[in-house]
Design a protein around this ligand. Structure first.
Ligand code: NAD
Length: 498
């Protein structure tokens, strides 16, 4: 059986004794296995990182940027191969895998400009003969722990920024789709990055804990579900590390009465059901404002949902593929039952969906639930499947309150033709990323990504200048070059600049 090993110091890492199965979402069953590492494996990666990082950090920034340019070209060259590898383990359709890789690639592009963003600040003449300046320095060794749903994009959010600024980076990807991260490590090496700078260790909680406790690792970036994000944040901070930990989501799409409903339905079907709903920026909750809007929207949504094609991940005509594992399929279908038991109206039922020729695959049909209310557990929690819940709001204020009061605060969207309503909404909603007539408002690579409330622990976002901030520390230098004459200052009091 195919086995995925660690990628340590430029090559396949030490063999292990524990393994996890990698499932085949299209057909069911096991397609490969991944080794699960422990503290010893991590120690080997840390030793390689310690050996390589000082020279990498000392390299002039243009040379590190050149590695990023070459890495970007290699990803583009291998786009098809990477997308097929990704789809085979994750289950998302090829076009969506390419989107996953592309959004990561855009962060690599941002990192090609790192000499510019690494520049410090300078004040000449802060006092007599005194200049003050700052420089950004890498932290040393950082680690990233990533979820299954974006196995290319999220490792690149972290790994490209962390390494381009001069750190060594150790990635612990999801054990459910680990092949693409290993391939990225090979491509980094081919692009000229020294061995030991971008490494991959595989594992489960044991490896995560080893990372959080390792004294040589200065910072950890985590993306995954909220309970684990919170755990990672607490344990990492207790160990004295810099931590950012992004969690789950339950994003709302507010539909104002004046919205272009055909456009909304088009956007919603993509944002709610695309990638089988396994996106932290999916729109699993739609909030029509007013019953009339709700009825008009529902009438258009039902045929649009019926027209969706569910297929295997290599089916070029499929809108979305299977979910990642049999357990996840059971969990999502369990949530649909809970929603019904709680009193939601089941408008379209996607349970029990079987794809001909792939009956053992982990497919779920698109599901629509109406009359969902805020006291329902199925509303409060993340379902992470192709399930759209409709929560009706009487007016703008009620609609604004829904995402604002929800425990998650990752993304939100408003659909309207009214600029004032959109502006008010963007200013007042208690959520980290807002779309105005944009269903999945993932900011571009030179801005930054991060949710609020239980969607994000820690105070810096991913990528953009926030990413640079997270992966560097700022040194402040105050320099005095006196002209040689006595300056009369009292050496025993705190110096002032005069
Ligand atoms: P997950 O929390 O199960 O796993 C994330 C990582 O944590 C994996 O590397 C996994 O090996 C590790 N892990 C799992 N159990 C652990 C434990 N008990 N202790 C320590 N580490 C553990 O998440 P997932 O199912 O892989 O990904 C889906 C989740 O990620 C969803 O909740 C989704 O919303 C979230 N997500 C959030 C963002 C964001 O930016 N906010 C982006 C993508 C995904």
């Amino acid at each position: 059986m195919r086995q995925i090993d660690h990628f340590i110091n430029g090559g396949a890492g030490s063999p292990g004794s524990r393994f996890a199965d990698i499932m085949d979402p299209n057909n069911g069953g096991v397609q490969a296995r991944v080794v699960l590492g422990d503290r010893n494996v991590l120690d080997a990666a840390v030793a390689a990182a310690q050996a390589a990082q000082p020279a990498w950090a000392a390299m002039n920034p243009q040379r590190r940027a050149r590695v990023m340019f070459d890495f970007k070209a290699l990803i583009e060259k291998h786009m098809d191969e990477l997308a097929h590898m990704l789809s085979a383990e994750h289950g998302k359709v090829i076009a969506d895998s390419k989107g996953d890789i592309q959004r990561g690639l855009e962060v690599v592009e941002f990192c090609c400009g790192l000499p510019h963003v690494m520049k410090g600040e300078y004040t000449q003449g802060a006092g007599p003969g005194i200049d003050v300046w700052s420089m950004r320095q890498p932290l040393g060794i950082g680690a990233g722990i990533t979820p299954f749903n974006f196995p290319a994009m999220i490792p690149l959010w972290m790994g490209a920024v962390a390494t381009s600024v001069g750190n060594a980076f150790i990635l612990k990807p999801s054990e459910r789709d680990p092949s693409v991260p290993n391939r990225l490590a090979e491509l980094f090496l081919e692009a000229g990055m020294p061995a030991g700078i971008f490494q991959v260790v595989h594992g489960d909680k044991e490896m995560v804990d080893a990372i959080l406790d390792h004294p040589a690792i200065s910072a950890v970036s985590f993306v995954g579900s909220s309970d684990i994000a919170h755990y990672v944040y607490n344990r990492g901070v207790a160990a004295g590390k810099r931590i950012q930990a992004m969690g789950g989501a339950k994003n709302h799409g507010i539909v104002m009465p004046d919205a272009d409903l055909d456009q909304v339905v088009n956007d919603l079907t993509g944002a709610a059901f695309g990638s089988a709903g396994e996106r932290c920026m999916a729109l699993p909750v739609v909030v029509p404002v007013g019953d009339d809007t709700a009825e008009r929207l529902k009438a258009k949504l039902i045929p649009a949902i019926a027209a969706l094609r569910v297929g295997i991940s290599t089916d070029a005509d499929a809108h979305y593929g299977p979910v990642v594992t049999a357990q996840h399929k059971a969990k999502v279908e369990g949530w649909i039952q809970t929603a019904i038991d709680e009193g939601s109206e089941l408008v379209v039922d996607g349970r029990g969906f079987k794809l001909q020729g792939h009956e053992e695959g982990y497919f779920i049909g698109p599901t629509l639930l109406d009359h969902v209310t805020t006291d329902m557990e199925s509303y409060k929690e993340e379902i992470f499947g192709p399930v759209l819940q409709m929560v009706r709001a009487a007016n703008f204020e009620e609609a604004l309150a829904l995402p604002s009061k929800h425990q998650y605060g990752n993304g939100v969207a408003i659909f309207t033709r009214n600029g004032h309503a959109a502006r008010e909404f963007a200013a007042r909603v208690n959520v980290g990323m807002v779309g105005i007539n944009v269903p999945i408002p993932v900011p571009v690579a030179y801005h930054s990504f991060g949710g609020w409330k239980r969607s994000g622990f820690g105070d810096t976002d991913q990528y953009g200048m926030e990413g640079i901030k997270f992966w560097t520390k700022v040194k402040k230098i105050t320099a005095r070059w006196p002209d040689g004459s006595p300056d009369g200052t009292n050496a025993f009091i705190i110096p002032t600049m005069g």
